[in-house]
Ligand binder design. Structure first.
Ligand SMILES: *Cc1c(COP(=O)(O)O)cnc(C)c1O
Length: 415
């Protein structure tokens, strides 16, 4: 029924039956990739675990209608948020004096951090504060600059696809409000040199934001499992802010991230207060006014349910799945993994194959692969549920490479 919908459907003059509505939604979902099917990458993070999903559904039912805006009316929701922030803070070694809040996602966490960094720079007399961002950083920094009247200064990458520290040293200046380091980056899955960038920032009186939107719920457990993880968290002096997404490798539904500040006073600058209307003092720590409580309660529940051992076990599985995929790719002639990715994000490139054409063959087999543009190639972000399909993915990839080789002209049509 869905493909022939009018462009603008009116409000039904009388309500429809619940069953008809659910049937319609089922039909729409059938037209989109299955969020449980492990053939999607990056947009969703399926675990394949029914126990986890049942818990999340039960928590969401309980918190469908609450509003996290007012901590005085809902002090327990505020306490749940403090717990989530506290648990995340512990994972990344935030000093006791630090502070933070939950937000709707990585973008909002980054926006709030950039706002605070702007205020800090203004307080020391900077007229038009700059954000120094690696070329591989997420667009949220450019969005923040656009929203908050700041400028983006782009740091080129080195030959290993990490922020080039000597280039950053040339670009940093008196207007630099904050230096960004990804741990790890979305396009290539590699760690920026956090220690060097944070030291550079500190030397110039600037903040250093570590973007751990993806890495925040991966790196602490890689370290716990004994893997070699270069210093990246608040143990690195000079790191002032961090973003970590619970709705990525924390395995919660969308709407949950954490932003942390080394100094609680700086968190204070994140909070907007207003009392010049007739309804009393209004305060809010993020972009949203009214805030859903379900993502807060769900993050609290999932983090308590998995615990450090649960996350470590999942990360152990991701390491294994990523290793299987990597060794299969290494055995394929003409395809390389870019740089030295530390976790479950791999960027593939090739000097001899048109990887977009290879991706098109894979997509035709039901995979939904993302494309990188620089360098042109494929982007794979693995979730726990990919463990069960990685062998299929490898054999389809081999097949796509071989087929593509045989009929290059034909396959090139796809791109
Ligand atoms: C996903 C991501 C973001 C933005 O997070 P959203 O939740 O999509 O707003 C920022 N930085 C990195 C490295 C990311 O992977």
């Amino acid at each position: 029924m869905t493909p022939d919908r009018p462009a603008r459907a009116p409000l039904p003059s009388v309500g429809l039956a619940a069953e008809a509505i659910l049937t319609d939604l089922d039909a729409r979902q059938a037209l989109e990739p299955d969020v449980h099917g492990a053939r999607l990458f990056g947009l969703v993070y399926p675990t394949g675990r029914d126990d986890l999903e049942e818990l999340m559904a039960a928590v969401n039912r309980r918190y469908l209608f609450h509003n996290a805006l007012n901590p005085f009316k809902f002090p327990e929701i505020a306490a749940l948020e403090r717990d989530v922030v506290g648990m995340a803070a512990g994972m990344v070694h935030l000093p006791e004096a630090g502070g933070g809040s939950m937000t709707s996602g990585g973008t909002e966490s980054i926006l709030m951090s950039m706002l605070v960094n702007r205020e800090r720079a203004k307080a020391r007399g900077v007229g038009r504060p700059q954000i120094l961002v690696p070329a591989s950083a997420h667009p949220a920094y450019a969005k923040a600059a656009h929203y908050f009247e700041m400028d983006v200064v782009t740091v080129p990458l080195d030959e290993r696809w990490r922020a080039d520290v000597s280039a950053a040293a040339e670009l940093i200046g008196p207007s630099t409000a904050v230096v960004v380091a990804s741990a790890f980056s979305y396009p290539y899955g590699v760690m920026d040199p956090v220690v060097d960038l944070a030291a550079l920032a500190a030397e110039h009186g600037a903040g250093c934001h570590v973007d751990a939107c993806i890495g925040g719920f991966v790196l602490p457990f890689l370290e716990r499992l004994g893997h070699d993880v270069p210093p990246w968290d608040f143990r690195v002096s000079g790191v002032t802010e961090m973003s970590a997404d619970v709705h990525k490798y924390g395995y919660c539904p969308k709407g949950a991230s954490v932003v942390l500040h080394r100094d609680d006073d700086w968190f204070g600058h994140q909070v907007f207060l207003y009392d010049r209307w007739g309804a009393g003092l209004y305060g809010s720590p993020g972009v949203a006014g009214a805030r859903p409580a379900a993502p807060i309660a769900t993050a609290w529940a999932v983090m308590h349910y998995l615990g450090a051992s649960g996350y470590a076990e999942i990360v152990g599985g991701l390491v294994e799945t990523t290793g299987r995929l990597r060794s299969a790719i290494d055995a394929l002639e003409g395809i390389d993994v870019l740089g030295d990715p530390i976790g479950p994000v791999l960027a593939l490139c090739s000097d001899t194959l048109d990887l977009y054409a290879v991706g098109d063959v894979l997509d035709a087999k039901g995979w939904n692969l993302n494309r990188n543009t620089d360098p042109r190639g494929l982007h794979l972000m693995l979730s726990p549920a990919h463990a069960d399909v990685v062998d299929d993915l490898v054999s389809d990839l081999r097949d796509a490479v071989a087929k593509h080789g045989e009929s290059r002209g034909k396959e090139a049509r796809y791109s």
